[in-house]
Design a protein around this ligand. Structure first.
Ligand SMILES: [Zn+2]
Length: 258
């Protein structure tokens, strides 16, 4: 049972207990109001962070002791992906790319290049709309599956790993991934590379958080993507870490059987 369902049961029980104790009083109005406020707060936090696994079971941090981590790149493929691939090759690192379907249609050769260089390709929706999380589960599933089919046509394998746009999950997301048989992958280290300017301080802040089993969220289309990546890869090399795909890190399957 998901935490979301357990939460609903727990809050319903508390609600009924309150009614039983004091069916009509000023206390009950305040208590129910507080209960609703706490419930909505938990739901909002759960929707924004996969770490709490409120709506879906998500892979965010591997419980391992050896020094392996996963670098993950969202929102590609794009014009800058090739430069990122060259850096990964230079440092002998493997990564996971959560690709947007319409970008895969625009840059099919780049998508193939990612696969040919031994990196993992995951699904990151078709168009990455801001309102993706307002869609019903059927529309979500359609968009996700459309991307899966586009990727399958290009690399001969359909991704089983999905990262929700903006990292937001809710009950429709849970239903969509269950229907498609996908696993959700989140992250344990957010770099904020789309909003912060990259400098030595930021790289130090990010690398200070790295530990065995970390999953780092990156984007390959930013102006400073290569600077940030090289900073992380240097730390990884100097500290004897290895960068592997999320499938290897969590021992999960990246693609459906052909
Ligand atoms: Zn994204």
């Amino acid at each position: 049972m998901l935490k979301y369902h357990r939460l609903i049961i727990a809050f319903s029980l508390v609600f009924l207990a309150l009614l039983a104790i004091s069916p009509a009083s000023e206390f009950i109005i305040w208590a129910v109001g507080l209960l609703i406020f706490i419930f909505i707060s938990i739901i909002a936090i759960g929707a924004a962070s996969m770490r709490y696994q409120i709506f879906v079971s998500a892979y965010t941090q591997a419980g391992i002791a050896d020094k392996r981590i996963a670098l993950t790149f969202d929102d590609g493929p794009g014009e800058k992906t090739t430069a990122v691939l060259a850096l990964l090759q230079k440092y002998g690192a493997k990564a996971t790319f959560f690709c947007i379907g319409k970008n895969a249609e625009k840059y099919p050769l780049v998508l193939k290049q990612i696969h040919e260089q031994g990196h993992i390709i995951g699904n990151h929706s078709y168009a990455h709309q801001h309102i993706f999380n307002l869609f019903g589960s059927q529309r979500m599933a359609r968009e996700i599956d459309k991307t899966g089919t586009i990727i399958e046509k290009l690399i001969g394998a359909k991704p089983l790993l999905f990262r929700p746009p903006h990292g937001v999950t809710n009950p429709p997301t849970a239903r969509a991934v269950r229907r498609l048989g996908l696993q959700v992958v989140g992250w344990s280290i957010r770099t904020y590379d789309t909003v912060r300017s990259v400098n030595e301080t930021l790289i130090r802040k990010i690398t200070a958080k790295i530990r065995p089993g970390s999953v780092i969220l990156l984007h390959e289309h930013m102006e400073s993507s290569e600077v940030l990546l090289e900073g992380i890869l240097k730390f990884v090399a100097e500290n004897d870490y290895a960068c592997v795909g999320v499938d290897e890190l969590f021992k999960i399957k990246a693609y459906a059987q052909a």
